[in-house]
Ligand binder design. Sequence first.
Ligand code: NAD
Length: 314
Amino acid sequence: MKIVILGAGGMGSRFGLMLKKAGKDVTLLDGWDKNIEAIREHGIRANYNGEEVQVDIDIYPIDDFAPDLKADLLIVFTKAMQLEDAIQATRSIVTDQTKVLCLMNGIGYDDILRKYFDDEQIVLGNTMWTAGLEGPGRPKLFGNGYVNLLNLGKSEEAAAAAKDIVALLDEVGLNGVYEKEIFYLIYKKVCVNATMNGLCTILECNMADLGDAQASHDLINQLVKEVVDVANAEGVEMDLDEMIEHVGECFNRETIGGHFPSMYQDLITNKRLTEIDYINGAVAKKGKKLNVPTPYNQFLTSLVHTKEQLLGAK
Ligand code: NAD
């Protein structure tokens, strides 16, 4: 099986490294020149749970790869706002047989992917694996995780193909789970991302400090309520109290509370544009369509965009 990973940042490198280490045929496509150069020269050099792990792996620019490159499985791990351009630049690697796996944070990817691929090809999910980047070609990969996924296509073939992907992920240690309630799980993760990412970025704090500031709790509860209202209006059943409790787990200093969310790292640390339009912005957009008020999500989206401009993010 030929696996192509579109986007070789933290997560693309994690999946690439773990698949390649297990002997799979993997090619990376990326749009960041320094990253491509570093991986071509030294392979992926990962800080893997504190140990240096090196894996040689093929990598090409998204607009300059062998014309006969075809993917059986395409895993997309760009940033949200890079996804459509990256898909358009790499259309030739997708055949009718290609399955496309999207595990990116946020909502609305099904709408983007459906513009380019048939439902029968699309596998949607999310992942509890994490990854950071210490520099080009240098991912920092700590901890454990798993992947939840489900085929969008309704046929038995689509379900069988998704289960094959689960088996592949299991085989290489990425821990796949075939999950019928995938949209519930996607919205559950959005509850965390729609609160911790934007607020920690605007307020420049980690999640435990955000939780200690009692005044933040009303804000957080309102943001979560809007996500739950939108999900419910879309037919994805969610319970507000359960989601508020779930988000509250992020405040625990003993576990993950000391962590600065990835949006903080993108904007405050690296002056990069954020995925806010695919998290709070997407909630607000869906809210508008479904007639569900989402003023807190809309306001936070505008605040983050303002901060992007103030910091000259690119
Ligand atoms: P990333 O920013 O590390 O990489 C995404 C793309 O940006 C890659 O093509 C990469 O080469 C490029 N890039 C990275 N740093 C750059 C820089 N300094 N200059 C120019 N280009 C750069 O993103 P990621 O963390 O791999 O996330 C990919 C997707 O997966 C996102 O949707 C994210 O929300 C989601 N996700 C991330 C994590 C995580 O822990 N990182 C966990 C779950 C889901």
